[in-house]
Structures are given as C-alpha cells and as structure tokens.
Design a protein around this ligand. Sequence first.
Ligand code: ADP
Length: 721
Amino acid sequence: MGVIIASAFIISILAISMVSQQEKVRELRIRERMNDRLTSIQDRLDRDIQSTLEQVFARVGQETFSPHAPNSVLGRMKEIVLENPIVQYPFILEPSGETFLFPFSRKALGSVTAIADKALADATIRSIYREARRVEVDKRQYSSAISLYQKAYRQAVSPVTKLYVANAIARCYFKSNRFRQALWYYHGNLDKTATSFRREQELHFLTLRQIALSYKLMRLNPEALQYYLNLYEAVISNAVTAHPNVAEMFKNEALDYLNQYTLNDDEDSERFNRAKASDRLKQASSLDIALSWMFFELESPTTASDGIEDADSIKLRELYTTTDRKARFYRAVKDSDQWKDQPIGRTHYSSVKEKTRVGTGAPIQFHIVSRKISDNLVFGFYPSLRHVRDQLFKDITSGILENPNLSLRLLRKNTLPTKRERFQYTLLSIPVGSLFPHHEIVLKSTHRDFFRRLAKREIRSSYILIALLIMVMTVGTVIFYKYIVREEELLRLKAEFVDSVSHTLKTPLTRMGLLAENIRQGWVKDQHQREQFLATIMAETSRMNDMINNMLNFSRIESGKKQYEFSRAPLQDIVAATLQQYSGDIEAAGFTCVQEIDHTLPPIRMDVDAVKLVLVNLLQNAVKYSDRAKHIEIRLYRKDEHAVLAVTDHGMGINQRDRHQIFEKFFRAADSNVKAREGSGLGLFLVHHAVAAHNGNIEVTSEPGTGSTFLVYLPIEKGDR
Ligand code: ADP
C-alpha cells in the first residue's frame, strides 16, 4: 500500500512540474488561437464587404446614365445612396474626356495663365510683353517695365489684349507701392472684365482683389471692405465657375477680411449674408442647376408634423450639404488620372490624395472603390466606414466573445486609448483589407497580460484535473488491491473449507462403517446395544445430511440458482417441530433447553425449509460454541410488525471485531477455541441469505465468555398486523 501511495506522489510531482513548464507555450497557443479567430472575423468581414459592394454595383448596372441629363443622373444617385448605406460621395465620370457627371460639371476646368497667353496672340506685342515681364519679374525694375508695357498697350488692337496689358501696368504700380496709379488702371479694367466670358472672369476676380488689397494697404478700410464684398459676391454668384482653386483662393481671402471687420451698412451686411448662403448652396455640389433645385427641395418643409425629420431627408442633407472634406474628395477624384485604363466590370480599389493646400487643412488621402460600368463611364464612391463598423462588423462580432474582459473593435491604426476607456490594452490587431487600409480589427482587453492570466488559469484547472486523476487512480488501486487480497483470502478459505469438509465427513463415515461392520459380523449380541449402534448411525446420517444440504444451498446461491418457495405457514409449529426433532441430540450433548413460544402468532409468509435451516444452524452453533454452561433458550414472540426468533446460549461469545464478519462466507473466528471445532464458515452466511430473502433481518448481541443471542426478525404480512 505504501508503495502505491509513494508512487502516486511521485507521479503527481512529475505531472505538476511538466504542466508548470507549459505556461509560456500555453500563452503562445492562446495567442495563436485568438489570432485565428481574428483572421476568420477578417475573412467574414471581407466577404460581407465584397457582397455589399457587389449589391451596389449590381444596382448601378441596372441604370443607364446619360451625360446629357444631369438631373436624372442625380435622381438615380440619390436612390442608390438611400438604398445602400455603404455608399458615401458617389461619382460618375467619363475617364477618356473630362466630363465629370456628378457632382462637378465640365465647366469647372481651366486655368488663368493659359488664357493670358492665348489672349496675347499678336507676335510683336507678345515680344514686347515678354521683355516687359522679364524686366518686371527678373530685374524688378518696375518703372522700366511700366514704360515697356505702355508701349505694348499703345500698339495693341484687341480689347482683350489691352485688358491684360493694362493689368500688367497696374501690377507694376502696385508692386512699387504706387497704389493710386495702380487703382486708376484697375478701375479702368473693372467694367470691361465684368462679362460672362470665362477668361475675363478670372481677370475680373483678380482686378477686384487687387483694388481691395490696394485700399487695404492704403488703410482705407471701408473701401477695402466694399471691394472684398464685391469680390466675394462675384466668386459666389458666378454661374460660370472659374478654376476652382483660383476662385477658392480669392474667396477665402475675401472672407478672411470680411470676417475680420463688421460691415456698418445694413445693406452691405445683407449682401454679405446672402452671398454666404449661396456659397453654402454652391458648395453642396457644382452641378449648378440640378443642385439649386435639390437644395430648395431640401430647405422646403421636410419636417413631419410631429417635428421629427424623416430619415430620407436627413440622408439627402448628408449627401448634398457640403463639408469641406466632401469638396476635397471630389476635387481629388477629378484631379486623379487613374480612371483611364480600368477593365470593364472589375472592382477597382484605389486612393487619391487631395494635394492642394488652398483653404485650410493638410492634404487628405481618400480610398475609393470604383468600377467601369460601360465603355465610357466609371462609377465610384467613398465607402462609409461608419456603415462597415456599426453594421457589418457589429453583426459579425456581436456575442462571439465569451470573456467580459475582452472587446473587439474596428479602429484607425495607432489610435491611442483614452484614459477612461475600460478596454485599454491592445492584445492583437489585424488589417481590415484593401478598402480601409488605415484601419484594423483590434482585440482589446482590460488587462495588459490577459493571455498570461488565461494561460495561468488553464494551468490551474489542469492541476486540479491531475490531482483528481491521481486521487481516482490511487483510490482505484487501493480498492483493487483490497479486492485481490480478499480473493486470495477466499481462495485460502475455500481450500481450508474443502480440507475441513472432507475431514468432517470422513470421521462419521468411518464411525458408521465400524458400527455397521460390528453388527454385520454378529459381534453385537445385546439387542439394546445393537439399537444404540443403529441410532448412532441414524444420527450421523442426519448430521451429514444437514451438512450436505448446507453445501448444496451454498452452491445454488453462488451460481444464482437458489430459489425460495414461499407459502403462508404457522411459524410456531415449524419451530416446535424442529426443536422436537433435535431435542434428543441437544440433550444427548448434555444441554438443557428452555422454550418460550407464542402460539397466537399469525401465519407467516415463508419458505419452510429455509426457516428450518435457519433454526437448525443457530441451534448447532449454540451447541458447538458452548463449553461449561450448557444451557440454551429458544424464544418465539411478536415485536411490532415482526415475528422474532431468538436463540441464546451461554458459551464463548463473539468478540466485537468479528461480529460484523460472521455472516460472510467461509468466515470463522481466528480463535483457537473456534478452530478446534468442526465447521465450514457457511452456516451463518446461509442463515443471512435466507432471512434477507424473507425481507427480514438478523441481529446478534454477544459478550465474549458470557454467551450470544441471535435475533431473527421475520415480517408479519400487512393483513395480519
Ligand atoms: P461454522 O460454525 O461452521 O464455523 P458459521 O457460519 O455457522 O460457521 O459461524 C461462523 C463463525 O461465527 C463461527 O466460526 C464462530 O466463530 C462464530 N459463531 C457462530 N455462532 C456462534 C455462537 N453461538 N457463539 C460463538 N461464536 C459463534
């Protein structure tokens, strides 16, 4: 036993040390497992995004867009945006030409310098002009430059040429701080440039700006304000858009100044407000007419009677109310030259950078998804991160983390957590994919060392498991060991049993053989002696019979074939008859026997032979295990719902240790006094089995050296109670 426990102890120590070495490995494995989960989320998200995009393109594919019907294009776009929340800032463009159907018009293109050069068509004037420009720009000799420009002016015939040369003269005066002269030339140009031709338009903006700036530098604020207001109005109200960058530059300068001072005149401030309103309108889109109409549709009552704006109009406003970001997006798309070589029908992911620094803010990079939808049209849009994050990603990840200390987020790369955030620590991250290259799926936790903690916890449960396993193994081994010991003991007892039975049978057989031989030879002459001999032979036969009955019963019980035959019978009669049968033997052995039998007991349901066997075995034991006090009492009485049969002797008694074992098969007390007497260790086993078959019970009270009482309880049937 000691060996078993010691080896269990050694095994546990080995197992525990093996497990503890595993902590690092386990942490890595957990990390890998989590990474796999993240990858599968990434895959699903990618698939969901792809199918959402396919839906959009399928929807777009059903439409035909005509560059000549901007209003209908706008209407369809509106529907596409409303139906597909992933679509933000949609556009359609013609990659070969410069037509940008939505939201910019073709008119938006062009540049100031190109126009200026074209205007100076005449070769001689151009050479004088160039010389003047060299003197002005390279040498900065403004007076000489002015004389040269004036020479060109005198020779010029075309009014347009005159405009540009006059502008150059004014510029030189301006640069040499002679503002009055500059103003005189600028004012002269002003009326002539206020036309609807685009090339003069931009010169017009420039002239207004120069006038305003000159007044500003002369510290004539009211005049400066007046002309900046004129400039702002001119830029805003122009149906024909100048190059957007140039226009925006003028506009911003004017706005800066106008916002810096308050306009005194009511009329002026009203003009300013009106211009600002239409500025907002214009920013919404450059598809001028369609948008003006759209804008008014938006401004007209879209609020339902209960005061809640309906979702559609909110989305519409989202689409058309401009943000600087949106304007920048369209500008970047328009300036990009990547649209030409796309194959039809394939989704194209790209990014455009809004490079110009006009206005405020740094350049922004936009990621676009687009597809060539026909020979000459590309449809594209800026996909909504919000939709992907709050809808697709949420759907995939909701409820998949069992641990409340973990959270899955879709975040911009390198986003720092705020201090108050619960999930502060980034455990793992994985990119979202080509559509959102700056974002990633992040596994966050409340604990920096979450994986190690988890590994520790897993190991702890492994410890418990190992301990349990070892315990079970030890207990199992102990039980098995005990079983083997018991089996060995049984084998030994069986051998002893065979030995003792042969001995027990041999003695009476020899005796009977001798007696019979004496009678046969005629040596026993005396009639009385012969009868005594015969009686002895009979008694030995009956004893052997009992013994063989016991053995037969035992073998039936062992093989599971023992059956009891129950019938209602009067117990008192059975007991009396059995005592009658054995009283001769008992008395012959020198015992006095007292009987107390209750004759009023109701009949008991029993197997008569089995009950006889019980009584006979108890009587035989009482006789066998008594020495000096040869006195036996047999009582049969009723106690509550049982008939009780009590057999008392005043013999050697049974010690405490053996008392609960005497009913086991082959058990005999180790006492030498007991061993000296014949026996098989089967009697009480059979008694116990028979009593149990009657739903009864057997008890023993005993005192070594004083005697024993065996009490057999047999149940009285319900009807007789
Ligand atoms: P056997 O008598 O053949 O040994 P039993 O099964 O009848 O087998 O009894 C088992 C053991 O119980 C006996 O060996 C003896 O030690 C003890 N025993 C039974 N009856 C008595 C009794 N009346 N007084 C003392 N010991 C008894």
